[in-house]
Each structure stands twice: as structure tokens, then as C-alpha cells.
Design a protein around this ligand. Structure first.
Ligand code: HEC
Ligand code: HEC
Length: 167
């Protein structure tokens, strides 16, 4: 069941990327070129071929459309946050900003070991990036996933280790 789910997700992502709808969001490498699908002649307005974007993460998971939700909802919202924090550093913001190199081969499992691993000093960090992560990234991402933010007293919720590994 799970395996079938993952396979379908991957399928959908490939399809969505091939449609070019996500070109801006970076489906893998910039140079992957479009796979020769360009010869397909589309004569309609495209209105009924636009993939529908799930409105919640739960809905995305239930329908196997995690990638569509990420590109349609998560990326735009998080891109705004990261660019507000550091417009030059996050001028390029796409799937691989969070998912690392896995994004270009359709591997989106989290946490992403390519992000800096975090230790106790990070969880208590008070410099700009730590404050940004704590007050903007975690709450926004948790909200987008329909989760509560991490509560150390219960160990439940979405926190730093939803994206980073621990050192
Ligand atoms: C701001 C960070 C961020 C960005 C940018 C991002 N994601 Fe995600 N993504 C996550 C997190 C966090 C999860 C794990 C959600 C969970 O806890 O189930 C996730 C999960 C996923 C999953 C489900 C993986 C699984 O194993 O169930 C897919 C598929 C996915 N993302 C695809 C994408 C695609 C495609 C893009 C770009 C269009 C993208 N993501 C951009 C943070 C991000
Ligand atoms: C939604 C995913 C996500 C969550 C949740 C998250 N981070 Fe991050 N974090 C990132 C991304 C993306 C980067 C940028 C990596 C890069 O520079 O490309 C980053 C970078 C960092 C850095 C490195 C800054 C630098 O350039 O040296 C630190 C430190 C950090 N995060 C701490 C935290 C802490 C502490 C938490 C929890 C309060 C947290 N992060 C939660 C995605 C996340």
C-alpha cells in the first residue's frame, strides 16, 4: 500500500514536471529539457487539463498529490518567508532548498541530511537564522502541513527535525 502510494506520487510528479507546469519550481535539473514531450499538440484552452491543487496536506496525502501541494502551496508560501529573511541567499528557492539533491531524482523523504544537522545549541539559538527558523519557518511549515508546532513536553508536533537531522 505504502509502496504503491510512493510510486504513484513519483508518477504524478514526473507527469506534472513533463507538463511544464512546475518548470519555475525546479523539477530536478534545469537542463533536463522537457523529455521530447514538446511535440504534443494541445488545441484546447487547457482549462480542464490543469492539475488541481489539493487545498490541505491531508487531502494531498490521501490523493497521492503531495508534489502538487508542495509546488502549488508550500513553495510559494515558504519562498516568500525565506526571501524576506535573506533575498540574496534564497534568490533561488525550489524543491531542493528543503529536499536537497534527492529532489532531482524524485526522492523527497524528510528529514534531509544535507541540511545542517542540529544539536542542543541550535534548539536554543538566538541569532537571526535560529530566530527565523523558530518563529517563521517552523510555524508556517507546520500550518501548511496541518500540524501543531513541536511541543517538547509531549514530543509531538512539527519542529526543526521535520526538515533537519540531529547531530
Ligand atoms: C520549505 C521546505 C520544503 C520545500 C521548498 C518543499 N518541500 Fe516537500 N516536504 C517538506 C516537508 C517538511 C515534508 C515532510 C512532510 C511530512 O512531515 O509528512 C515534505 C514532503 C514532501 C513529499 C512527501 C514525501 C514522503 O516521503 O511522503 C513530497 C513528494 C514532496 N515533499 C515534494 C516536494 C516537491 C515536488 C517540492 C517542490 C515543488 C517540494 N516538496 C518543496 C518541505 C518542503
Ligand atoms: C521546513 C524545513 C525547515 C525547518 C522546519 C527548519 N529548517 Fe533550518 N533550514 C532549512 C533550510 C531550507 C535551510 C537553508 C539551507 C541552505 O542554506 O540552503 C535551513 C538552514 C538552517 C541553519 C543554517 C544556517 C546557516 O546558513 O548556517 C540553521 C542553523 C537552522 N536551519 C536551524 C534550524 C532550527 C533551529 C530549526 C527549528 C527551530 C529549523 N532550522 C527548522 C529548513 C528548515
Amino acid at each position: 500500500m505504502l509502496r504503491r502510494h510512493a510510486l504513484w506520487t513519483r508518477h504524478l510528479l514526473t507527469l506534472t514536471c513533463a507538463l511544464g507546469a512546475l518548470a519555475w519550481a525546479g523539477c530536478g535539473d534545469d537542463d533536463d529539457g522537457g523529455d521530447g514531450d514538446d511535440t504534443t499538440v494541445e488545441t484546447d484552452t487547457g482549462a480542464d487539463t490543469t492539475p488541481s491543487v489539493p487545498t490541505t496536506w491531508d487531502e494531498a496525502v490521501a490523493s497521492g498529490q503531495q508534489g502538487a501541494y508542495m509546488s502549488g502551496v508550500v513553495v510559494p508560501a515558504m519562498k516568500d518567508k525565506f526571501q524576506e529573511f535573506d533575498s540574496a541567499g534564497f534568490e533561488t528557492f525550489n524543491c531542493s532548498t528543503c529536499h536537497g539533491s534527492g529532489a532531482s531524482v524524485g526522492s523527497f523523504s524528510m528529514p534531509n541530511a544535507e541540511l545542517p544537522p542540529l544539536g542542543p545549541a541550535d534548539f536554543a539559538g538566538t541569532d537571526a537564522v535560529h530566530v527565523f527558523m523558530q518563529t517563521e519557518v517552523v510555524p508556517t511549515m507546520a500550518g501548511l502541513l496541518g500540524m501543531d508546532t513541536f511541543d517538547p513536553s509531549t514530543g509531538e508536533g512539527f519542529g526543526c527535525l521535520g526538515c533537519h537531522t540531529s547531530e
